[in-house]
Design a protein around this ligand. Structure first.
Ligand code: GUN
Length: 283
């Protein structure tokens, strides 16, 4: 079998075009969706992600405001800023780019953001709502993955989904969203014994490890759906995923590439959440 490649980049473009129209209609009603991104320090990967977010906001007409602060910023200063943004009526979404410098307690920051403006879906209230199966802001990468599967009418209900990786940003929430869609979900992680037993049994395999070529065709069941969340910068500067694409493509029914796979969907779901927030604030 040679898999169909799911280009998140194409789906992202078509969704962003729809959003652009929707934002135009909202603006006619006097509603301008606004996202504020807070970037602390000068991590090049974070700077690059943030630039991507700004560009996407500009494209669809979401008002984006970037606040860049030095890595010496204290937790108290950041909490004060979040408090101001929480009460700013022009701000519908607040995103504090992670990771934060070590002297700032990440969880305290996440919990300080108003759940109504938490377009990352990281606040415990939004995580709780997601676990309860309620509508809320879903974390962007997991939400993007589910949207990609649905766009191809890939059945999720009753399927064996295996998630490799258990981060709060990707692994844990994507498993939860798959469970909400009635998949049978297994999590694998760094302490899992005989991981191949699980990967080879998966109908839907989500790989979010952050190690180039962590899995290859040998680890995958014939006809599986393989979603590669990894973004690994190689020595030659090229980006590659967690899955050895060429061998996996020969076994899978569907596979996502890196780049042009999951990445563009993450930012698209951030736009979706920001527009959703603006609509909720104006209801
Ligand atoms: N760092 C890497 N991914 C993300 C994300 O989705 N949101 C935030 N806030 N920081 C990140």
């Amino acid at each position: 079998m040679s898999a169909e490649v799911i280009y998140g980049s194409e789906l992202a473009e078509s969704l962003r075009n729809q959003m652009k129209e929707e934002v135009g209609e909202l603006k006619n009603k006097g509603i301008v969706p606004g996202l504020t991104v807070v970037l602390i320090g000068e991590d090049p990967a974070s700077q690059s992600y943030v630039r991507g977010k700004q560009k996407a906001c500009d494209y669809v007409g979401v008002e984006s405001n970037l606040i860049e602060l030095p890595s010496s910023t204290t937790e108290k200063e950041l909490l004060n800023l979040i408090s101001k943004l929480n009460s700013d009526q022009t701000v519908h979404g607040i995103l504090v780019q992670l990771p934060l410098p070590n002297h700032i307690n990440e969880q305290a920051i996440i919990e300080a953001i108003s759940p109504e403006k938490d377009v990352d879906g990281f606040h415990p209230i939004n995580i709780g709502r997601m676990i309860a199966g309620k509508d809320t802001f879903f974390p962007c990468t997991p939400f993007g993955i589910i949207t990609m599967l649905k766009s191809k009418n890939i059945p999720i209900e009753g399927k064996k989904a295996v998630v490799i990786g258990r981060s709060n940003i990707v692994g844990k929430p994507v498993g939860q969203l798959l469970l909400n869609e009635n998949a049978t979900v297994t999590y694998c992680h760094s302490r899992t014994e005989n991981m191949q037993e699980y990967t080879k049994d998966a109908d839907i395999l989500i790989v979010a490890v952050g190690r180039a070529n962590f899995l290859s065709g040998e680890d995958i069941k014939e006809g599986a759906v393989v979603i590669d969340v990894g973004v690994n910068r190689m020595e030659d500067g090229k980006l590659t995923g967690d899955v050895e694409f060429d061998s996996a493509k020969e076994k899978a029914a569907y596979i996502t590439p890196v780049p042009k796979g999951v990445g563009p969907m993450t930012i698209t779901m951030l736009l979706h959440n920001t527009i959703k927030s603006a609509k909720q604030f104006n209801q």
